[in-house]
Design a binder for this molecule. Structure first.
Ligand code: XIL
Length: 493
């Protein structure tokens, strides 16, 4: 089948899950007006694809995509239908993007990026600094020239994808099994190479979440897990910019699901980072391991999504272990059903009633003027300027409401949302995933917002909605296509 007319993406207005959720939300509204705690969705809202099922709890379900397979219609049909996040399997790695020093090539990476975003999917960049899949010229460098080449590579690649990606795996696989640093040419440039990579990346594109990614860090009592944990803890304590940890979750090649996986996820999350399962595959697609790893993610609020490392068994880098959710013919395997069922039976979203206002889900029209908090409907948390910073470019986040000036916004007659009198809520770009930050007020349309009666706040320049992917303290705010879901509803009060 040709893919010229893809199915609606899971979050798009035409998708089944959203229609169900909208119907359900009408009923919720009527009851919520009387102050009852409601749960949605009910069993009848079971979603029919992995992406839609994950979206019910605000998560994504992704796959690795190989550009060379996109012409295979079985492959692209499944991928376009089931997933809402994409990682390029090889096409954004250093050997692909900078084959000659200073000469960048984004043709295959862009092919995947365009394919995904045309279908409403988000994209994870993979990867910027890694001991493996370096171009030949980089392999032969060392010392300060390699350090500079790494910085130039990060700047070059991130400039191309600036404002376009949801996540970047900034550094991949930098640890040994015992928790010490891997002895790579990058490590040879100095132990600070990882934090330099992250600082460079934050400067290059403040809109994208920056992740450390590794394998064999799923077992909490394993040396490598502890080594990575200590590094993230150190980075957070010293203010090195890092937003997320990717656990590759290759339960292949001799590894399997540890019983303490959830403990690992929640322990990393407790450091103040998002976690994600980034490259999942499981030997012979064990249904219990697939269900278990899915459930572990669902049980941790900062586990933002799951990505499997390929579509069909025949597409897998470990095809001999038949580790994926579709067989070589494109049929759903038992593991597919176990994952879908786990996603569909995820703890329902709890909705506490708003102030009784007579049965409408809409927030009251916003009050123009001073002293407003901007409170997330899903999180109950406030839009907050971290550390009360007044610096231009400081990205705003969700945080426990505390009534302080860094959470106090004024809606002006020219549609600005000002803070501290002089700074404006500002979109760093207009694409999906662009950061929302503070900046000196300048009257431009990326600083103008429509505060809508349905609870959304849309950027005048982009037409996109203020959006958060999670509910925890520190969750960053971005703009994204309006989906009608609770993570895009806010009240000014
Ligand atoms: C693998 C790809 O799947 C293969 O096609 C390629 O030959 C080697 O790399 N950890 C990672 C991924 O972070 O980038 C690797 O992908 C698998 C292990």
């Amino acid at each position: 089948m040709a893919v010229s007319s893809p199915d609606p993406s899971p979050g798009s207005p035409g998708s089944r899950s959203l229609r169900v959720r909208l119907l359900v939300s009408g009923a919720v509204a009527a009851v919520a007006a009387f102050g009852v705690v409601m749960v949605v969705p009910d069993a009848s809202a079971a979603a029919g694809t992995l992406g839609a099922a994950a979206a019910q709890s605000g998560r994504y379900f992704g796959t690795a995509i190989a550009a060379s397979r996109l012409g295979d219609s079985t492959y692209s049909t499944i991928a376009g239908r089931e997933f809402n996040m994409v990682t390029a399997e090889n096409e954004m790695k250093p050997d692909a993007t900078e084959p000659q020093r200073g000469q960048f090539n984004f043709s295959s990476g862009d092919q995947i990026y365009n394919w995904a975003t045309q279908r409403g999917m988000k994209v994870r960049g993979h990867t910027l600094a890694w001991h493996s899949q370096q171009p030949g010229w980089m392999q032969s460098l060392s010392g300060s020239s390699l350090r500079q080449a790494m910085i130039d590579h990060i700047n070059g690649v991130m400039a191309h994808y600036k404002g376009k990606l949801a996540y970047w795996d900034v550094v991949n696989e930098a640890f040994n099994e015992d928790g010490s640093r891997r002895n790579s040419n990058l490590q040879g440039t100095g132990n600070d190479w990882i934090e330099v990579a992250f600082r460079t990346a934050r400067n290059a594109d403040p809109s994208v979440k920056l992740c450390y990614n590794d394998y064999n860090i799923e077992n909490w009592s394993y040396g490598k897990t502890q080594g990575v944990y200590r590094m993230i803890q150190d980075f957070k304590s010293r203010g090195v910019p890092i937003d997320c940890v990717g656990l590759q979750t290759h339960f292949t090649g001799g590894s399997s699901l540890p019983s303490n996986f959830q403990t690992t996820l929640s322990s990393f999350a407790a450091l103040g980072v998002d976690v994600a399962l980034t490259e999942v595959d499981v030997t012979n697609a064990s249904t219990s391991q697939y269900a278990g790893l899915t459930q572990a993610c669902l049980n941790v609020s900062r586990c933002v999504g799951i990505t499997v490392w390929g579509v069909r068994d025949s597409d897998s880098w470990r095809s001999g272990e038949s580790p994926l959710l579709f067989d070589g013919g494109g049929n759903k395997k038992a593991a597919y059903t176990s994952v879908l069922n786990a996603l569909n039976s995820a703890g329902p979203i709890q909705t506490t009633s708003p102030t009784p206002t007579g049965g409408s889900t809409s927030s009251p029209p916003p009050t123009q003027g001073t002293g407003n908090r901007i409170v997330g409907a899903q999180s109950g948390r406030c839009i907050d300027v971290p550390n009360a910073s007044q610096n231009n470019g400081t990205r705003v986040q969700l945080y426990d409401c505390n009534g302080q000036t860094n959470q106090t916004w004024t809606l002006t007659s020219s549609k600005q949302l000002t803070v501290y009198g002089t700074r404006c809520l500002d979109a760093a770009g207009s694409g999906n995933g662009s950061a929302v930050q503070i900046y000196s007020c300048n009257g431009q349309t990326n600083q103008q917002w429509n505060v809508n009666s349905n609870g959304t706040i849309t950027g005048v320049q982009s037409g996109r909605c203020l959006d958060v992917w999670g509910t925890g303290n520190g969750q960053q705010v971005q703009i994204y296509d309006c989906s009608g879901q609770a993570n895009q509803r806010f009240s000014l009060n």
